[in-house]
Write a protein that binds this ligand. Structure first.
Ligand code: ZN
Length: 353
C-alpha cells in the first residue's frame, strides 16, 4: 500500500500564529515543537504529511466567540461585522505574530519561504515551508510604507480584508444563506494596494472579500486570481463561498482555490456542526475541479481557525482525506496537483520566481 502521508499537503490557510499569540506569544512558540493542544504542530504535521503553507497573521476583533459559534449552528444566520481596527492598534499585533513565525524559523522547525524554489527545497528536506501571509490589511498604511517594509521582511501574500472593512475594501459578513454580493468594491487605496502588490510580487487573497471587491481585483490585478480558503457556493450557499461565475473568472486568470475545511462552508445547510463526512469534501472538490480544471484546485484548511470535520480535527488526520480521495478515483497525478503542485505553480507565476 502507498505511503498514507504522501503526497505532502501544502496548505492555503492556517491560524496557528493567532493561537500561539493568544497562548502567550513568542514564549509559547516552543509548544509548536514540543506538542500543543491544537490542529497543527511539528509532530502532527510529520504524522499527517502536512508540509506547511500560508501562515496567516490576523488581528482579532474583540468579539464573543461563543455567541458567534452558537449563532452559526442555526438554520440561518447573519452575524454583524466587527468594527474596523485602526492601524495603530493592528500594527503591534501583526509584529507580535510575525515574531512568532520567525521564532519558529529560528527553532529550525520551518522555513519562511519567499520563492517557489525555496518551498520545493524545504519540502524535499522534510521541513515545514511557511508563507508569511496577512489576513486583513489593517496594519498596512495608506502610503503603503508598511507594505514595503513587510515585503522586505518576507511578506508574500495578503488579503486586503478579513471580513471587517479596511481602508482598502469590504468583506462578506458571515451570513447563510447569502450570495457574496454584499456592499461596495475596493477603495482607491485598495486599487493602489493591488497595483503595488502586483509590482512587488505579493499574492492577493480573495477569500473574505465581497463580490464587488472580487471583480475589482479581477479587473485590475495582472496576476492569477486566488482564493486561499473558500468553497463552492453552488453546494453551500454561504456568503464566504465562490459562485460559479467567480470560479470561471479564476479559471480564466489561471488562478486557484484552496478547499476550506470549515464545516459552515462545507455543509449544504451552512451550519457549524462537525459531523461532516469526507464525501462532502469530495463533492466540493469535484465541483471545483469541474469548474476550474485539475490544475487550479488545492487545499486551504483553516486549521486552528475553524470548526472542521470530526475525522480531520488535526493535520495528523490528513491520511484519512488522502485515502478518501484515492478511493474516490483521483489518480496519482491529480493527487499531487491537489496536494501541493497547483499551489507551487500559482505561487511561481505570481511571485515570478
Ligand atoms: Zn479566513
Amino acid at each position: 500500500m502507498s505511503n498514507q502521508a504522501a503526497p505532502t499537503i501544502f496548505d492555503g490557510h492556517n491560524d496557528v500564529l493567532l493561537k500561539l499569540y493568544r497562548a502567550g506569544g513568542v514564549p509559547a512558540a516552543g509548544t509548536f515543537v514540543s506538542g500543543r493542544d491544537g490542529a497543527i504542530d511539528a509532530g502532527k504535521a510529520a504524522a499527517g504529511g502536512f508540509g506547511g503553507g500560508f501562515f496567516a497573521v490576523y488581528v482579532p476583533s474583540p468579539m464573543d466567540l461563543d455567541f458567534k459559534f452558537k449563532e452559526m449552528t442555526k438554520a440561518t444566520y447573519d452575524l454583524p461585522l466587527p468594527d474596523p481596527i485602526d492601524w495603530e492598534d493592528a500594527f503591534p499585533v501583526v509584529m507580535s505574530q510575525a515574531a512568532i513565525l520567525f521564532d519558529l524559523e529560528k527553532q529550525g522547525v520551518l522555513s519562511v519561504c519567499r520563492t517557489s524554489a525555496q518551498i520545493r527545497n524545504t519540502l524535499a528536506a522534510d521541513k515545514l515551508a511557511a508563507i508569511f501571509h496577512i489576513e486583513g490589511a489593517e496594519a498596512i498604511d495608506a502610503d503603503l510604507n508598511t507594505l514595503e517594509v513587510l515585503y522586505q521582511a518576507g511578506l508574500r501574500s495578503i488579503g486586503p480584508v478579513w471580513s471587517r472593512s479596511t481602508i482598502f475594501g469590504h468583506g462578506v459578513p458571515f451570513r447563510y444563506p447569502s450570495p457574496p454580493d454584499i456592499g461596495s468594491g475596493l477603495t482607491d487605496h485598495g486599487l493602489r494596494l493591488i497595483k503595488r502588490c502586483n509590482e512587488l510580487g505579493i499574492m492577493i487573497d480573495l477569500s473574505h472579500l465581497n463580490e464587488a471587491g472580487f471583480w475589482d481585483v479581477a479587473r485590475h490585478s495582472s496576476k492569477p486570481l486566488v482564493a486561499t480558503h473558500s468553497n463552492a457556493h453552488a453546494i453551500c450557499a454561504h456568503s464566504r463561498n465562490l459562485t460559479d461565475r467567480q470560479l470561471a473568472a479564476i479559471k480564466e486568470s489561471d488562478g486557484m482555490v484552496g478547499l476550506n475545511f470549515a464545516v459552515a462552508f462545507l455543509r449544504d445547510d451552512g451550519r457549524m456542526l462537525s459531523d461532516v463526512p469526507m464525501q462532502q469534501m469530495l463533492r466540493h472538490l469535484d465541483h471545483l475541479i469541474e469548474h476550474l480544471g485539475e490544475d487550479r484546485v488545492g487545499f486551504g484548511s483553516d486549521y486552528d481557525g475553524a470548526v472542521v470535520p470530526e475525522g480531520l480535527t488535526t493535520c495528523a488526520g490528513l491520511p484519512t482525506l488522502r485515502q478518501a480521495m484515492a478511493e474516490h478515483g483521483y489518480d496519482e497525478a491529480l493527487m499531487a496537483k491537489l496536494c501541493h503542485e497547483n499551489w507551487l505553480r500559482v505561487l511561481e507565476t505570481t511571485w515570478g520566481e
